[in-house]
Each structure stands twice: as C-alpha cells, then as structure tokens.
Design a protein around this ligand. Structure first.
Ligand code: FMN
Length: 390
C-alpha cells in the first residue's frame, strides 16, 4: 500500500481560508520572481527582433520522410555524433544551485511543451481570467484527463489556479499562430481582479457545461472540471512552491474546417499550434514524419530481430538507478520521488505518470482511479497497455 496523505477536503478548506488574506502579498511576490528569472536575453528586444526575417505565414504543415527510412531494429541512433560529447551531471539541489536555475534548465530542455490557454472565473463570478500555462499535459483520454502545473503554493496562487481550486472549472484552449501575440500578452502580471480578455482583445465565446468562456479564436477548446490537486513543497525552503491541478475534459469544441468527417482527427495544418520553448521562445509545428508502431509478433519474425529479444541490453548495470527507484516506490517513499522528478516540470509527469501508472493521483485518492495507481505492483502497469496507447 502506498501512503495516504492529507485528504483533499481539509486541504481545500485551508486554501480558502488562507488565500483571502494573501492577495496583495502574493502579487508582490509574483512580480519579484519574474525579475529573478531574467528570461528575456535581449535588453533591446525590438532591435533584435527587427534584425530577423519576417514570420513565414506561407509555411503550412507538411510531411517529410524520416532521416533514415531504412532503419533496422537494434541499430540505434542515426549517427555517432552523440559519442563525441561529454555529459554534465547536475544535482537540482546541489551547493549554490537555485530553484530558478532548475526552472530555466527544465523549461529549455523539456521542449516543445503544449500550452494550455486557460480561461477561468472567480468563485463570486465577478472577475474573469485568461492565461497561458505550458506545464499542461493530456495524460488520459478515457476519461479525458489534463494536468496543469502552477508556480506558487496554495498560499500564493496565480489567479487561474485559485479560480480553478475555488470554482472547480475552466476551459483549456489551444493557441494557434494567428493569435500568438495576443495569447502571450495574457501572461501579463495583472493584479487580481483585472481581466486579461480585454487587455488581449481576444473574443470570449460561451461555454456549454462550465461557466468560464472558451476562446472563440481557438481551433480546439476543452471545457474541464476540477478532479484533484496537490501542492508541491520545495525541499529547499520547505514552503509550497507549486500546485498540480488535475482536470477532466467534459466537452470539446473543434473548428469545423479542422475536423475530419469521423469527428476524431484535428488537422495540424489548420490548428497551427504554438508550443513553448525555453526563455521567451515559442515553437511552430510546420513539419512532421510518420513512423508505424512496431508489432512485437511481426517484428520477431524479421531477420536479425529474434536475437535482440533479451531481458536487458549488453553492458547494462545490475544495480543501477532503476532498481533503486523501484525500491523507493515499493517502500512508500513517494513524496521524495515526486518532489525530485515531477514538481519542477510537466513533462516528467507525463513520462513517469504513465510509466508508473499515474502514481501521483494515488496520494489524493480519487476513487476509481486508484486501481491503475499502484505502479509496478499492478497488472495494468506491466507493459501491455490498452488498445489506445498514446
Ligand atoms: C507561454 C507561457 C507559458 C506559461 N506557463 C506557465 C505554467 O505552466 N505555469 C505557471 O505557473 N505559469 C506559467 N506562465 C506564466 C503565467 O501565464 C503568468 O504568470 C500569468 O500572469 C498567470 O496569470 P494569472 O495570475 O492571471 O493566473 C506561462 C507564461 C507563458 C507566456
């Protein structure tokens, strides 16, 4: 059995009581943190921008071959360049290393990240909020489950986080190239009560099943309701440093020209999704390649593949990290495991979350989901997977 942590309701109650009095201090802290990050590498941004070629609006999504269409099983990478470089090992909590260093490292290394463009309404219904969040991930489809990571603990929540925890709903919208500047502008550190909708000039469209509007410009929007949350605590300061919110999508809106006839595929050439890279950089998705999923039964019949079917690769250690990590989970040291790998970035949540059976939900006891939770001890995590693996 994994350890059960503080139950959900008392944690939420604490949240409500404390945040009432923390708005002003919270805003001051948020503005201060941004100065610490120094994410803009160009003191005169406009002059750097003017030296660059114009945005190529004519580029539309297209497919290429893969680098090596004749790749064969067991042959590894397409070139040996990686062998010529050394690796630098970094302890996230090593001497002199600050959380902001991990932040900058992670957001520049775990890329591209999808951006959840999140619309919320305050509990009293008096103010609306819209902001981009790239610690956003789709982690399940049946039911549709999304994770969003917010910087700052429950004592110092971003308005979007506070609204979701209190009002229990939001819309998650995909950002397309044709409104990227307006979407970026909504990340402005406006005080609580100031709506980013008017500041950005984006268009609110009524949602059907939740109160927050969806972004009318978005090609794809999801109406979502709160399911669980967890506050991450910094091992350095001992203070709440981030909140993971788990949401269930209950209604979808897709622009007609982006959707196929069966209503199940969105065309990337219409969606033109904008992703988040490090610093102040964004990414476009203008090119793709296709690779069929290998099927074990068919693959082992191919020449040379049968000899590759082994319990481990040549030269792998007997007592490496994997063994140690499994022990940690089995012995119930779950908080440390999460703190080290999931708190500071959203991508580890996807990888570890799915690989180990979405263990992060377990601590909060969201009922039926617990059956898939217990990671390596559970049937569902033994590698078979469902028919619709991502
Ligand atoms: C592209 C982009 C992605 C961002 N991702 C996140 C994120 O994942 N988590 C977060 O806490 N802040 C993120 N931010 C910063 C928030 O958008 C910003 O703090 C915003 O002011 C929050 O608004 P709110 O306080 O009204 O919720 C991001 C900003 C940008 C521009």
């Amino acid at each position: 059995m994994l350890p059960r942590r503080t139950p959900l309701l008392p944690r939420l109650y604490t949240f409500r009581k404390r945040t009432k009095f923390s708005t002003m201090a919270g805003n001051a802290q948020k503005f201060g943190l941004e100065a610490q990050v120094k994410r803009n590498p160009h003191p005169d941004f406009k002059s750097v921008e003017s030296s660059r070629p114009p945005f190529d609006e004519g580029t539309s999504f297209s497919y290429t071959k893969t680098i090596k269409p004749d790749w064969v099983p067991g042959s590894g990478a397409n070139n040996d360049d990686w062998k010529t470089h050394k690796t630098v090992e970094i302890d996230p909590y090593g001497e002199g290393r600050k959380p902001v260093d991990n932040y900058k490292l992670l957001i520049s290394g775990i890329i591209p990240r999808p951006i959840g463009f999140v619309s919320t309404v305050s509990l009293d219904g008096l103010s609306t909020n819209l902001g981009p969040f790239s610690y956003t991930a789709l982690v399940n489809h049946d039911p549709p489950i999304f994770c969003i990571g917010f910087s700052g603990g429950v004592d110092n929540p971003k308005d979007t986080c506070r609204n979701i925890l209190e009002a229990k709903e939001c819309t998650i919208n995909v950002i397309s190239e044709f409104f990227q500047e307006a979407a970026n502008y909504t990340s402005i550190n406006a005080p609580h009560g100031v709506s980013e909708w008017a500041l950005s000039g984006l268009t609110p469209a009524k949602s059907t099943k939740v109160r927050p509007d969806r972004v009318a410009e978005s090609v794809f929007s999801v109406e979502a309701v709160y399911r669980a949350h967890h506050e991450w605590v910094s091992p350095g300061s001992g203070k709440g440093s981030g909140v993971l919110v788990i949401l269930e999508g209950i209604n979808f809106h897709v622009r007609e020209d982006a959707l196929n006839e069966e209503g199940n595929i969105i065309d990337p050439a219409v969606l033109k999704p904008v992703s988040r890279l490090g610093g102040i950089s964004y990414g476009r998705t203008t090119s793709g390649f296709e690779l069929p999923r290998p099927e074990f039964k068919k693959e082992v019949e191919k020449e040379g593949v049968e000899g590759l079917v082994k319990p481990k690769a040549e030269g792998q250690t007997e007592d490496g990290m994997c063994f140690e990590r499994t022990n940690k989970i089995n012995s119930g040291d779950l908080e440390y495991y999460h703190t080290g790998f999931i708190q500071q970035s959203q991508m580890p949540i996807i990888t570890l979350g799915l690989g180990l059976g979405m263990i992060c939900i377990d601590i909060y006891g969201v009922g039926p989901q617990q059956s898939i939770i217990n990671g390596r001890t559970n049937e569902s995590s033994k590698g078979g997977g469902g028919p619709f693996d991502p």
